[in-house]
Design a protein around this ligand. Structure first.
Ligand SMILES: Nc1ncnc2c1ncn2[C@@H]1O[C@H](COP(=O)(O)OP(=O)(O)OP(=O)(O)O)[C@@H](O)[C@H]1O
Ligand SMILES: [Mg+2]
Length: 259
């Protein structure tokens, strides 16, 4: 799930998709590649700082993913993140970890995540990766580790201008990585139905990318926003929070199965 623009619903969508896939019996690994740790907190209901020393960063540095996977429930696992993931590029280029160690990195800086997932990938039906709002090393690694990318489009001008560069980055991952990274689709998120400019951007993106856009449009809805507060367990409005994502879920499964 990605776009290098902030606040477009990436973490919310990754969390909801993980939940819906696991509810449908799929084995899911959710990976947080954003130092904000939002997906980590959403799924684990634990402050991301509690995963200090036990996160995706250390999994990449130690080349050992199994030790860092956290079980959320029967079919859902998490590879968490916290603020220290921000030191990932420093480690790649200087060998210095945030703990002051020197663990020189050798290899392709964009394929670290792809390579550490190799031993566990067959244990899961879906591996979902949440990415930060930048075209950073975390994003490059996520794209190179992915077969499919869902591009988030929040209906605004700045998100509209982010799309072409993001599409280029996906193309780069397909060319230079080991996966045949493809755009699975563009999801229009956080739509404000009262705004005519949002409606116009919805239509523009559909004209620009008629094959890519999902038909489902996710609207701004308080219970969906409040998932960040209530989480998935004992959430009194869980049905209202997830309702609008069910059609997107169906479209996504059809596209994955059809390809
Ligand atoms: N459909 C929605 N309706 C209302 N609020 C939403 C919706 N989707 C997400 N939100 C809220 O909007 C904010 C941004 O969403 P989210 O954190 O998922 O975006 P993001 O793209 O992951 O952001 P970032 O780029 O910072 O990682 C959050 O506070 C979230 O709870
Ligand atoms: Mg996020």
């Amino acid at each position: 799930m990605g776009i290098q623009k902030g606040g477009c619903g990436k973490s919310t969508t990754t969390g909801i998709l993980s939940y819906l896939l696991k509810e449908n019996g799929y084995r899911v690994l959710a990976i947080d590649m954003d130092s904000q740790g939002n997906l980590t907190e959403l799924l684990s209901e634990t402050p991301s700082n509690e995963f200090m020393g036990r996160s995706v960063l250390e999994a990449m540095q130690q080349d050992n993913v199994e030790e860092y996977i956290v079980s959320i429930n029967d079919n859902l696992d998490l590879l968490p993140a916290n603020n220290f993931l921000a030191t990932f590029p420093r480690w790649i280029y200087t060998g210095k970890t945030y703990q002051g160690e020197n663990l020189p990195f050798q290899g392709n800086p964009s394929l670290i995540l792809d390579q550490i997932l190799e031993p566990v990938k067959d244990k899961y039906d879906f591996i979902l990766i949440d990415t930060p709002p930048s075209l950073s090393e975390q994003t490059t690694n996520a794209l190179c580790a992915s077969e499919y990318v869902v591009v988030m489009f929040e209906c605004s001008n700045w998100c509209y201008s982010a799309i072409p560069n993001f599409m280029d980055s996906i193309e780069g991952a397909r060319t230079f990585g080991n996966k045949d990274t493809q755009v699975l689709g563009i999801l229009r998120t956080m739509n404000d139905v009262r705004r005519s400019d949002a409606k116009a951007f919805n239509e523009m993106i559909e004209e620009d990318y008629p094959k890519e856009v999902f038909q489902t449009i996710i609207t701004r809805k308080a219970p969906t926003g409040r998932l960040a507060l209530y989480g998935f367990n004992e959430n009194p409005e869980i049905r209202q929070a997830l309702d609008q994502y069910r059609n997107f879920y169906k479209e996504l499964i059809e596209r994955v199965k059809g390809q």
